[in-house]
Design a protein around this ligand. Structure first.
Ligand code: FAD
Ligand code: FES
Length: 266
């Protein structure tokens, strides 16, 4: 059962005008949140009809075994994210969560590929930290248009994972799009199931690369969400699971956010 709380922001750090890292104290949500889950966030009081916005949990923090804070990274894309990025320490924020299903890794011999595009890094960072803590060393491809958009790089560098960087303009890591760089890595022998989160065209390209090489691929979808807990039917996608004749609608917020790309027809 998700919690619905109004709490005071602990701290905000903004490396540039388009990104903000926000830490929110919530022992109840932090102790329950699993990698892949998200929360709906909204500044309070809200003087207009602004809906809460879905944000993946980037990390849970606190004393060992007693996590009590949630960390989010926000990229400003419109009114709601701008309002969240304007929050300051002590400001009040509504937080509803944890929402969505946790990510799961089936036993596999090869380390998985986590492929993040831009701000899609958040759920994959949380998952990578959890996998590392359980002795799995994932391969992590972090891609963005430019080095300045690799906002969570320091967090990833602290983890014992196999980190690969790519930028469209070559300002950090390999020059190239995420799909092309992933193709080169797999073709060089680094096989492993692929899990991706990022802009939809990038996830399509990653899914195509994986499909062409018979590598399983799942995508964490970031569809627009109004409620986040299954009521508004605003986040539906069509999925056809094996054995089903036709595709049927599923709600990303309760049956996802992670889906097998083959079942989405990608
Ligand atoms: C489960 C989930 C987890 C997410 N995690 C994060 C996160 O950790 N950090 C983060 O910065 N963002 C995350 N997002 C995306 C974030 O919720 C949207 O960017 C935000 O809701 C946009 O609200 P806005 O009012 O700023 O933009 P709006 O004013 O509503 O829209 C501005 C522009 O952004 C586009 N847009 C709006 N929502 C989305 C969306 N979901 N996907 C793609 N384009 C969109 C619109 O089409 C429009 O062009 C997540 C989304 C989901 C569903
Ligand atoms: S966001 Fe309302 S049903 Fe998914």
């Amino acid at each position: 059962m998700p919690f619905n709380q109004v709490v005071s922001v602990a701290s905000v750090r903004a490396p540039d005008a388009r990104h903000a890292e926000i830490i929110i104290p919530s022992p109840e949500i932090a102790r329950q949140a699993r990698p892949g889950q998200f929360a709906m966030l909204r500044p309070e009081p809200s003087n207009d009809v602004l809906l809460a916005r879905p944000m993946s949990v980037h990390a849970v923090e606190g004393p060992a075994g007693a996590a009590d804070r949630l960390r989010f990274w926000i990229k400003v894309t419109g009114r709601g994210t701008a309002a969240l990025a304007r929050l300051r320490a002590g400001d009040r924020v509504r937080v509803i969560g944890p929402l969505g299903l946790p990510f799961e890794l089936e036993t596999a011999s090869d380390p998985p590929w986590l492929v993040a595009g831009g701000i899609g890094v958040t759920p994959l960072h949380f998952w990578a930290a959890d996998l590392c803590a359980r002795g799995v060393r994932p391969r992590f491809l972090y891609a963005a248009r430019h080095a300045s958009e690799l906002v969570a790089l320091e967090d990833l560098r602290r983890l014992p994972l196999d980190l690969h960087l790519a930028t469209d303009d070559g300002s950090a890591g390999e020059r190239g799009l995420a799909g092309d760089v992933l193709a080169r890595k797999i073709d060089a022998g680094l096989r492993g199931s692929v899990f991706t989160c990022g802009p939809e065209p990038m996830m399509h390209a990653v899914a195509r690369v994986a499909h062409q090489r018979s590598v399983p691929c799942s995508a964490s979808l970031e569809n627009r969400m109004a409620c986040g807990f299954g009521v508004c039917i605003g986040c539906v996608v069509w999925r056809r699971q094996s054995g089903e004749q036709t595709a049927r609608p599923v709600r990303v917020c309760v049956e996802g956010t992670l889906f097998d790309c083959g079942e989405l027809g990608w």
